[in-house]
Every structure is written in structure tokens, then in C-alpha cells.
Design a binder for this molecule. Structure first.
Ligand code: FHN
Length: 407
């Protein structure tokens, strides 16, 4: 069972989403793995519950930042590896509505996207859980693996039932190579996650929603999207992606800096030019780009991150036709460019101009004209043997990405 054709088409057409890693870990401002990396015992980490009060959280503001960025879906952590639920789950008291904040931010985000109508909300769910007595503490708790599966599947049912139409369920934390480490915080699951039953429930309750499981392995039946993390498809600079691309639509997820969760010390924020390049390169191989922000414990998307997202949105307001609704380019990439296409319209993204000419191969014979997408400025185009040459004076280039339309 897979997502509907309509759902798969929508997902591939929208191309650009916002990933949101938000939880108790934002209070410490180090990273979302802080409970593990600092070996924080559960009772000590649980003390953060009484400190979580994001008074500056405004769901409409977050949604408008995504909209201004040109992001058409938002994927938020419903529960990350620390086991803390960021929505009003009936299956655990370890949840955001039991903090001084007392509200359900996911309910407020779901209502905010529904008010807009042009953005969808999706949910990240961690398969591993450093807090749950039936995942990490089965020996001490006497609980069984089936008790954890009941919790995990039950939460997914809640998310697929209580928050309207969703974009996706995004799973994370089942890395087959995982093994027991000295902290006993990670260990191979007690059994399978019963994916067939889990995915079947999602596809029944949310027929248009796509299932992504960030396993870095060959996709399983019922998974609709192959994910690459911190890498473009087929690459493995991050060291944990399978380099093989399978015959599923693809999504690339990346941080806007170097951390998924809020990190107060992280200054390595990607520049607008790099963000637009990664969006264009992802689209050029038919992949979505899911760009992550880690909001603060006060409930704010870091203003610098919001500003960088808005720069991408400004470029998309002029050049979005070359991203939204397109598919992988048929014109071969060059040192200067990549391409996307939609039907007989071909979009050459000139990311690193190296001369006043674009020398392209693989340009369909039907192409007879070239123009700048931003203002329809006509450009000279001629054939030179198997090559197609487009005259693009450097003075006409866009500092972020110059889009040349061939038709
Ligand atoms: O361990 C997680 C990490 O915290 C983050 O959620 C990323 C997002 O893709 N996934 C895992 C690392 O591969």
C-alpha cells in the first residue's frame, strides 16, 4: 500500500519544505542529542519539563515564515529520541501540555496551516526512545516490546486522526546497523516495528500522505519517498547515506546551520546563495528539499534563520516556475549549471557562471529559444554540433541563481 497518485504528485510538485526540530532540548541550547551526548539521566532530563514555557511561540508567525520562504509543507518533531511528546498525546504524561506552557503547539500549527490552506503539516516520529519504559528500560519495567509498539503505533494513529489532512509521516531512528553502546541508551529494538501494519494504518487514515523512513537503506514496501540526509541524492559526504538511488521520489533534508535542534553556539548558517543552490540542485535530480530550523526554548525561529529563509522566498517569487511542479532536468549538468523541466519548458539554473556563454548538451531538438525567466530578456541561442550555446553576459547574472528558460 502506497500514498495516492494525487498525494505523490502533490509532494513532488511542492519541492520545498520546512523541517522543525523543537523540544525540551532547546532549553539547553546545545543539540537535540544532548540527553545522549551529555549522558543525562532520565530524572535529571525530566527536570526540563518544569522549565518549558515558550511564551514567544506563535504558530501563525512560524507558518508565515515558511510561506515567505516558499516552503509548502512543514514537518515538525512530534516526539524526538528523548521521548518527550510535543503534542497532547493520550498515551503519555511526558508531554508538552504538562509543562508550564500547557498548550498543544502542534494543534496550533495545524489550525494555522488550515487557516492558510496553501501549506500542509507533517509529523516526524522517532522510532527509538531514550525515555520510554518499554523501549529503553524493559528489564527494569517488566514491560514488553509489544507495549512499546502499542505506544508508537498509537501515537501515529493520533497524529493521523486528530490534526486534519497531513503531508507526511516522517520516521527516524531505525538504523539497522545500530547496536548496544556503553550508555545502554541505544539498543537494537526488541523486535520489528511492524512497518507493514504501521504504514497500512497511515495510508488508510491519510491516503494522500507520504511515508518517509530515514533508514539510509533500501526503501521498504509502503515507504513512498527515499530520503537523503545532509547530502544530495547519490552522494554520501555525511557518511551514513546509501548512495544508491531507488525508483522512488526523493527528499533531501538538511540543516540551515550544523544542528537540527537549537544550538546557541552554532554560527555556521548557510548563506542565501548556498540555500538556493541546494534547492536547485535537489530539484535538478527530482528531489524535494526539506530545510530545517531549530526554534528556541522561547518558541522563536532564530531571526537570522528566518531572514535567510525569506531570501530564498524572494528568489522563488521571481523564479519559482523553475522549481515548483518541475521534474529532474534532461539537459546535462555542467560546471556552471544544472537543469529542471516541466513538459517542454526547460530551466537551466546557472549557479556558477564561468564565462559569457553557456555550453550545453542534451538540449532537446524542439528547443529553439532562450530567455531569462526573471524578465523574459531574450538570449542568443545557437547549435554547435552536439552542443547548444546560449550567450549569457555575466552582467545579466543573478547573484543567487540565474534561470534561463529554453523552449
Ligand atoms: O538522530 C537524528 C537527528 O537528531 C535528526 O533528527 C536527523 C534528521 O534527519 N535524523 C537523525 C540522524 O540521522
Amino acid at each position: 500500500m502506497q500514498a495516492s497518485e494525487r498525494g505523490l504528485k502533490w509532494f513532488q510538485d511542492v519541492r520545498f519544505g520546512m523541517f522543525i526540530h523543537w523540544g525540551l532540548y532547546a532549553i539547553l541550547g546545545i543539540e537535540e542529542w544532548v540527553m545522549h551526548t551529555r549522558r543525562i539521566p532520565v530524572p535529571e532530563y525530566e527536570m526540563l519539563v518544569g522549565q518549558f514555557n515558550p511564551t514567544k511561540f506563535n504558530a501563525d508567525e512560524w507558518v508565515s515564515i515558511a510561506a515567505d520562504a516558499g516552503q509548502k509543507y512543514m514537518v515538525i518533531t512530534s516526539r524526538h529520541h528523548d521521548g518527550f511528546s510535543m503534542y497532547d498525546t493520550a498515551l503519555s504524561e511526558y508531554k508538552v501540555t504538562n509543562t508550564p506552557f500547557g498548550r498543544d503547539p502542534i494543534r496550533e500549527l495545524a489550525d494555522a496551516v488550515a487557516r492558510r490552506g496553501d501549506i500542509k503539516l507533517g509529523f516526524y516520529s522517532s522510532l527509538l526512545d531514550w525515555h520510554h519504559p518499554a523501549y529503553r528500560f524493559r528489564q527494569e519495567s517488566g514491560l514488553a516490546w509489544s507495549d512499546y509498539l502499542e505506544f508508537l503505533h498509537g501515537q501515529v494513529r493520533e497524529l493521523c486522526t486528530n490534526y486534519g489532512e497531513i503531508a507526511c509521516m516522517w520516521f527516524d531512528g531505525d538504523w539497522p546497523h545500530h547496536k548496544l553502546d556503553e550508555s545502554n541508551m541505544h539498543f537494537l529494538p526488541g523486535g520489528s516495528f511492524e512497518y507493514e501494519r504501521l504504514y497500512g494504518m497511515i495510508h488508510t487514515l491519510q491516503p494522500d500522505a507520504v511515508v518517509i523512513n530515514n533508514r539510509h537503506e533500501a526503501p521498504l514496501p509502503g515507504e513512498d519517498i527515499q530520503g537523503f540526509e545532509q547530502d544530495l541524492p547519490g552522494m554520501n559526504t555525511a557518511g551514513f547515506n546509501t548512495t544508491q538511488a531507488y525508483d522512488l521520489p526523493v527528499e533531501v533534508c538538511m540543516t540551515i546551520n550544523d544542528h537540527w535542534g537549537y544550538s546557541s553556539a552554532d554560527r555556521n548558517t548557510k548563506l542565501p546563495r548556498r540555500l538556493v543552490e541546494l534547492l536547485a540542485r535537489s530539484a535538478s535530480v527530482g528531489a524535494n528539499y526539506l530545510l530545517n530550523v531549530g526554534p528556541t526554548a522561547e518558541g522563536q525561529i532564530v531571526p537570522l534563520h528566518a531572514a535567510r529563509l525569506r531570501s530564498v522566498g524572494a528568489w522563488l517569487r521571481v523564479n519559482g516556475e523553475s522549481i515548483y511542479g518541475t521534474r529532474a532536468g534532461v539537459i546535462a549538468p555542467t560546471a556552471a549549471s544544472v537543469s529542471t523541466h516541466a513538459g517542454s519548458m526547460h530551466y537551466v539554473h546557472v549557479l556558477n557562471p564561468i564565462s559569457d556563454e553557456l555550453v550545453l548538451t542534451g538540449v532537446p531538438e524542439t528547443v529553439s529559444s532562450a530567455r531569462l525567466l526573471r524578465d523574459d530578456t531574450p538570449l542568443e541561442l545557437y547549435r554547435r554540433g552536439a552542443e547548444t550555446v546560449v550567450a549569457l553576459p555575466f552582467e545579466l547574472c543573478d547573484p543567487l541563481d540565474t534561470v534561463v528558460v529554453l523552449a
